[in-house]
Structure formats: C-alpha cells, structure tokens
Design a protein around this ligand. Structure first.
Ligand code: HSE
Length: 435
C-alpha cells in the first residue's frame, strides 16, 4: 500500500565520493524511488568529519555531532556506513546493529573480516546488514548470488573485481608500457592510490573474492584463506607473449570447488581471448559465475565510482525500506550454514606459462625439458624468439600440471648453471587444456 506521507528516516555516515553519490541519487530519483517502495525516504542526519564536505552539506542536511546522536535518534531506522576501511567503520556497524537499526554498507574490508560477527549481531537484533556495493560497485552480484542463483550448486566464481589493476593491465597491453610507468600514470590520474598495495598487490580483490565465495559456497571465508599474487611482476614482454599464444593478462579473483573443498586465489592470469572476461577492459569489472543448473552467467559494469556504487547502496536502502513497510522481518541473512574446507593452491592443477633466460648453447633446451620432466611437468609449447643480455629468452607453456610439481621443477631450474633467470611464472586459464 503506497503511503508517501509516511517517511523512513535514514542516517548517512561518510559523505565522501560514494556518500555524496547516494545523496545525489536519492535527490534526483527520490520521487520514483518512493513510488517503487511505497514510502518516502528522508536523510535525517549526516555524520562527516571533513570540514569542507560539512560546509557543502550545511543548510541542506542536518549534521550529526557523533555516532551516539544517530544511535539515540528513535526515528532513524536505516544507517548507511560509507566511511570505508576497517576502523572505526567496524565498531560503528556493530553499535548500530546492536541498537536495532538496519545497516547498509559498501565496506568490503569490514564484511570480509568481520562478516560472521556482524551478521550474528544483525540476526540477534532482527535487523538487516546489506552490502551489495562491497563487491563490483554498481554491478548486481551479491543479491543475484544469494537469491537469483540460489537453487544452483555453484562450481566456480571468477572475476575481474579490481578496476585499478584492470585499467593498468589494459594500458600495459594497449600501449606496450611496463608496470612502473603505468602505475605512475594511474596515480597521477587518481586511478591508483599513493600507496597502491591493496590494489596492485591483489588484496582488494582478495577481500572481494572472500565475500563472493562465502555466499557462493555457504561457508565463511576470510582474506587469510585466499592465496594472493599481485600484478607487480608483470612485464610488457609477458603481455606480448600472452598475445602471441592467444591470451590476455588479467588479474583474476577465483573461487573454485575442487575435490577436497574450495580453492580461493587471486593472481595475474593468461586468460584465453575466447573467454568473455578477456574483453573486460579499463576500469570495468565483471564476474563470471558457473552453476550446475544455470550454466555460465556473467555480470559486467562499473566496479567503483560515485554514482555506480551509490546505485547499489540505494537499492539496499530501498530493499530494507520495502521490508519495513511490509513488516517483513525475514531479512537476507548470512547464509553460511556450511563449513567447506579450503583447498591449497599447491594441490590445484593449471597449465603454466614460464619465461626464463638460459645460456644459448647446445643441449640447453633438452636440459630444461628434462628438469621439467623430472617433476612430471609436461610441456605443450616452447618458444625461443630473442636474445637478452647474451642469453636466450625461452618461453614455455606447460600442459595442466599440479602446482606443487611445477614449483619443484622451478626450484630445480633455479639452481641449474645454464639458467640465469626465471623471469615469470603465470597460471593459464584455458578450457582447451586437458589434464
Ligand atoms: N580500489 C577498488 C578498485 C575500488 O580499484 O576496483 C573499490 O573497491
């Protein structure tokens, strides 16, 4: 029943980029939003510490002095946390849920690390904790996994979930530039932070895949269970060779069901050009999900930014508001009823790309092949195209082999006098490879 004279009051904590986007979307589309949910929404208070942002909000929104002012306001039913990072966001969310107010957050750090604790508090207090914007920004992925794909046994979730690194790899590919040059450019343009570790080191993607895997496999996973490699070691040569073999280099976040449990990993990957994720360029994100009933589905869009992220946050607010109107207390809950073990990446099987520098003399190639062979690593293709500092640059693509065996082969190669450098080892994602 639509009653637009009735109002649900909201508080916003953090009115930076995404927070201001939420205010913008609620202002611009407020009338339609109210009609869709059957009640009006009002941002009653905003909590912000930045003086410049506060000055811009004065006269339009009431500024809260502290969290207590929001918690102690009985009219406020939904609190939107958009301050980011772990603290004080985690403590704030805990207190807000305990005060029986619903929470909407975009905070992947908090959800990945404290999800279990916070969902328990939400359930205990019969309030919602919604986090659609925490992975993939404006791309719908949390709700589709929890609801639309709920009837499936999910076998694999594979995504490009970090826009910064996808932008950098795209630039490196298109303009044949090396990592340090592109990083500097990305920092100058504001795409990469001055401390880029979370993005380029793969940790941001690691948190996001931990969140997605927790939903997809109904088991709570954290960042410490994700095997993580960043893109720092990728050179323009690797990208050139990738193209030659029919691949693009992408930082993929993968959660995959295997014999002994679930493997979670983030790493640069040689991805087949025929895979739909290979066309996801620049700052765009995409998540490719495989389910036993649905087959493959892909979600694509803007993974960050002011209004794309606000789009997801506002949808969560609307969902909660609708449930309040309908007096529906069955909010989306944690759903981690299972305890699937984590399967180490050492036990997984992949094809690998290896670039190495070896002495260019008779017998070198057969010695290299023998070293791989001694660890049951079978080679699919070998390419020798150029000389680097008097050495031959050798590029090897293996058949699908157990990671542990590959690592042992690399250790053997590292101490061989004819090998001067193992330049890079990158996993290949290509359905054409047989075991
Ligand atoms: N730093 C993230 C990215 C955006 O580059 O995609 C926020 O999740």
């Amino acid at each position: 029943m639509i009653n637009l004279s009735k109002v649900i009051h909201i508080a916003l904590i953090g009115a930076g980029t995404v927070g201001s986007g939420v205010l913008e979307v609620l202002e611009k589309n407020g009338e339609d939003i109210s009609k869709k949910i059957g009640i009006s929404l009002n941002v009653k208070k905003v909590l912000e510490t930045n003086a410049t942002i506060i000055a811009g909000l004065q006269g339009k929104y009431a500024i809260a002095q502290d969290l207590e002012e929001i918690i102690n306001d009985p009219e406020i039913q939904i609190v939107v946390e958009l301050i980011g990072r772990e603290e004080p966001a985690h403590t704030f969310i805990r207190k807000i849920l305990a005060s029986k107010k619903h929470v909407v957050t975009a905070n992947k750090d908090v959800i990945a690390k404290y999800g279990e604790e916070l969902f328990a508090i939400a359930e205990e207090n019969q309030v919602a904790l919604m986090f659609e914007a925490s992975v993939g920004g404006g791309i719908p992925i949390i709700r589709p996994l929890k609801q639309c794909l709920a009837a499936n046994k999910i076998t694999k979730v594979m995504g490009i979930v970090n826009g910064t690194t996808n932008y950098m790899l795209t630039k490196m590919t298109e303009e044949k530039l090396d990592f340090p040059v592109v990083l500097k450019e990305a920092q100058d343009q504001g795409y990469a932070e001055s401390d880029p570790t979370a993005d380029v080191g793969g940790f941001d993607a690691g948190r996001k895949i931990a969140i997605l895997a927790s939903i997809a496999f109904n088991t709570r996973f954290g960042l410490d269970q994700v095997s993580i490699e960043g893109i720092e070691t990728i050179g323009s040569r690797d990208i050139e060779y990738a193209a030659e073999f029919g691949y693009v280099v992408k930082l993929l976040a993968i959660a995959e069901a295997c014999e002994k449990g679930i493997n979670l990993r983030v790493h640069p990957t040689f991805l087949s050009k025929t895979h739909p994720l290979s066309n996801v360029g620049n700052v765009f994100n995409a998540i490719f999900v495989s389910g036993d009933a649905v087959g493959d589905v892909m979600f694509y869009g803007r993974g960050a930014g002011k209004t794309p992220t606000a789009s997801a946050v506002c949808a969560d607010i609307m969902d909660i508001a609708k449930n309040i109107v309908l007096e529906n207390k069955s909010f989306m809950t944690c759903g981690c009823y299972d305890h699937k073990p984590v399967c180490s990446v050492d036990e997984m099987q992949f094809p690998f790309y290896i670039r190495l520098l070896v002495a260019d003399r008779p017998g070198a190639l057969s010695a290299i092949s023998a070293a791989f062979g001694s660890q049951q690593v079978s080679l699919r293709s070998v390419l020798q195209k150029r000389q680097v500092n008097g050495n031959a640059e050798l590029v090897v693509v293996t058949h699908k082999v157990q990671e542990n065996n590959l690592r042992m082969a690399i250790q053997t190669l590292e101490v061989m006098p004819i090998v001067s450098e193992i330049c890079n080892v990158i996993r290949v994602e290509d359905d054409d490879f047989e075991e």
